[in-house]
Design a protein around this ligand. Structure first.
Ligand code: ZN
Ligand code: ZN
Length: 409
């Protein structure tokens, strides 16, 4: 079958608009719209078969019902739908009713057409061009700020606003604050008397203390904190802080001044938490942050049951220096972590003084080393341990993280 015979066969199915006619040959030739392609093929067919020229009304098209002649109206709907949302780049998607898609697919297979373009692709492209014209914004197939989904079955436009990311480091100066919000253990987040109907186990988290001004500044739906690891709830996070990336969900504003935001977070978190924002980020940075195996440095206060001289204490610490520790999942986290044995190295451990009858110790550990268990031994689940070496009960009274990774970044 040559092309004119194919056109003849296609027109035999029913009235076909120029867009839909041209789209059956959409991947042939360049620099033409399907509308132009369809009109040229229609005229060529009429000349070859010596028939009068006839343009069907677009709305009588048996495939699209004239939808492809209404791309300007769709573009206006998109511009209305994204009103009040700040964006630079966008992407159009189309939900095509199954009947519409099946109609053209039937013709492709009946006639074994080799170069058709699907209706969805033409809608996305043509509405995209019209939206660019109306709004001055650019289409971006890879990482658009907003995605507008056209639903041809009910003429609606659904807008998805993609998240925006920024990076920084946080310090936590107060004990008892979890990194991210925990559901109340009694009601599992539903709200009950135990949690004062907040649904939360702890009133505040680092995530919320940073997140509240963030949600406000971006007009966002939510703010999710991705940390490079996490400290225990009762540990402070000092020094240069812990790296994190904040994922700001559904922001209505994107051009936020990070310096002003940093100042506002530090003001509203009142010295409980502070941040140092380092710049814009993306989802890839969240992944590299999560896989970061940076060493951590801790400052702890150790309490020993019974008398131990400074010399005995230092000698015991020396036996842990540079040693690989076998740690079975600690009892305190065994309810939420798989029970297994892992090995982590103590990179450095030093006594730095005595405070209130306790020893102050600084430990540099491989990522994932459980510090409290390194001291207590966790009933033999961690070996070797300071308690085992001293032959006495030992425990961590307080713990601060003083460094995560390198400080000069
Ligand atoms: Zn059509
Ligand atoms: Zn509750």
């Amino acid at each position: 079958m040559d092309i004119i015979e194919e056109v003849e066969a296609i027109l035999g199915y029913g009235d076909t608009c120029n867009h839909c006619l041209g789209r059956f040959f959409g991947k042939r030739s360049f620099g033409l719209t399907n509308d132009e392609r369809g009109r040229a093929l229609r005229i060529a067919h009429e000349i070859v078969t010596n028939r009068p020229h006839e343009e069907p009304a677009p709305e009588s098209c048996w495939i699209c019902g004239g939808e492809l002649s209404r791309t300007d109206a769709w573009a206006e709907r998109v511009v209305d739908a994204v009103g009040g949302i700040e964006f630079e780049t966008f992407l159009i998607g189309t939900r095509v009713p199954p009947l519409m898609a099946e109609s053209e697919e039937m013709v492709w297979s009946d006639l074994s057409l080799r170069d058709p373009e699907p209706l969805k692709a033409e809608m996305n492209r043509e509405v995209g061009k019209a939206v660019s014209g109306l709004s001055g914004k650019v289409a971006d197939l890879q990482r658009p700020d907003v995605v507008a989904i056209l639903d041809l079955s009910d003429e609606s436009v659904e807008v998805q606003v993609n998240p925006i990311f920024f990076a920084g480091r946080y310090m936590k100066y107060e004990r008892g604050i979890p990194q991210t919000h925990w559901d109340c253990r009694t009601c599992r987040g539903a709200g009950c008397e135990h949690c004062g109907f907040t649904g939360k186990q702890y009133a505040d988290s680092v995530e919320e203390l940073i997140g509240r001004p963030v949600i406000e500044a971006f007009g966002a739906g939510n703010a999710i904190l991705h940390g490079a690891g996490r400290e225990d709830i009762d540990a402070r996070m000092l020094g240069s802080g812990r790296p994190f990336v904040m994922e700001v969900e559904a922001p209505r504003k994107r051009s936020v001044d990070l310096e002003a935001l940093e100042a506002e977070i530090n003001r509203s978190a009142e010295g409980r938490v502070a941040v140092n924002l380092t710049g814009w980020a993306d989802r890839k940075m969240v992944q590299s942050l999560k896989s970061d195996k940076a060493h951590k440095k801790y400052r702890i206060l150790v309490e020993i049951d019974g008398p131990v001289t400074s010399d005995e204490f230092r000698t015991a610490l020396d036996q842990l220096n540079g040693v690989t520790i076998r740690q079975r999942t600690p009892r305190r986290v065994s309810h939420r972590r798989a029970d297994r044995v892992r090995e982590r190295q103590v990179i450095d451990i030093q006594c730095t003084g005595r405070i209130d009858g306790c020893y102050q110790v600084e430990v540099v550990g491989e990522a994932g080393l459980y510090i409290k268990e390194l001291v207590s031994g966790d009933d033999g689940r961690t070996t070797p341990s300071l308690a085992r070496i001293l032959g006495r009960t030992a425990g961590v009274v307080s713990l601060d993280v003083v460094q995560v990774g390198t400080t000069n970044e």
